[in-house]
Design a protein around this ligand. Structure first.
Ligand code: HPA
Length: 274
């Protein structure tokens, strides 16, 4: 475990040598939601492959870069391209960047994702503020010897998604006229989409949306005491709700359709961050 801290320190030292400011907020840009990167001023772009100890991107053609800069005068770093478990990454690799962010001194994390709508009152294109998550189907990223320097053995998840940040997000949505839904995000491993029976089961468990990311990152951030804000883009109705098969093209199309609204929302949230 000393090894892990050493690796993190190497990564952090490298990043500090490349930037001359300390970001306040880290943002994970979900698939199809990369437009926010265009809002980043004075951007300093660092490809993942240049960063010591950073996981390798396994998917050909997948963008992978950290973008340091400012949004509305707030110093941020955005991850364009995240590491998914379904790509074959170990959980330690999936959450490595989050640990790097914390050791860079960042206390705030915004996680975004594309998700299937499980709540039948949702429609594709809706944005959903994550109020809580279901991690039951997720290998826990904290499994193994605890790294006491990062956080406690048994971290609390009672309020994983910060209440004040949720209020802030709802205020921003109100200002912009965005009908921001709220709900519970359930993790599934993927890469196959869920079956209709699984979606029915998830709904009975209390899920409003389902996706293949975010939960490992949130657990890891909470382990280290970071504040987390999560927003899903409902890109499609989950399996079995509509009489049609799911496909990745629909997910990407919906992401593209709403990415302007989504970017405006996150930008306003960052402007009013407190
Ligand atoms: N299921 C899981 N992950 C997803 C979905 C879905 O329906 N849509 C976008 N990501």
């Amino acid at each position: 475990m000393k090894d892990m801290l050493k690796k993190l320190d190497e990564t952090v030292e490298f990043l500090k040598s490349k930037i001359d400011f300390a970001p306040e907020i880290a943002i994970i840009l979900g698939s199809g939601l990369g437009k926010l990167a265009d809002f980043i001023k004075d951007a300093k772009v660092i490809p993942y492959e240049d960063i010591p100890n950073f996981p390798e991107t396994t998917v050909a053609g997948h963008e992978g870069k950290l973008i340091f800069g400012t949004i509305n005068n707030r110093k941020v770093v955005a991850m364009k391209g995240r590491f998914h478990y379904y790509e074959g990454n170990e959980m330690g690799a999936v959450v490595y960047p989050i640990r790097v962010f914390k050791r860079l001194g960042i206390e705030n994390l915004i996680v975004t994702n594309a998700a299937g709508g499980v709540n039948t009152s949702f429609k594709p294109g809706d944005l959903m503020l994550i109020t809580d998550h279901i991690s039951l189907f997720c290998e826990n990223p904290l499994r193994g010897e605890n790294i006491d320097d990062l956080g406690p053995r048994f971290p609390d998840m009672t309020v994983a998604y910060d209440r004040n940040l949720r209020t802030l997000a709802l205020e921003s949505a109100g200002r912009l006229g965005v009908d921001l839904k709220s709900g519970v995000y359930s993790y599934c491993k993927g890469p196959s989409y869920e079956s209709p029976a699984e979606i029915k089961a998830l709904r009975n468990l209390g899920a409003d949306a389902v996706g293949m990311s975010t939960v490992p990152e949130t657990i890891t951030a909470r382990h280290m005491g970071m504040r987390v804000l999560g927003i899903s883009c409902i890109t499609n109705m989950a399996a079995g709700i509509l009489d049609q098969p799911l496909n990745h093209a629909e997910v990407m199309e919906t992401g593209k359709r709403v990415e302007k609204m989504f970017s405006a929302l996150v930008s306003d949230i960052i402007e009013n961050w407190r």
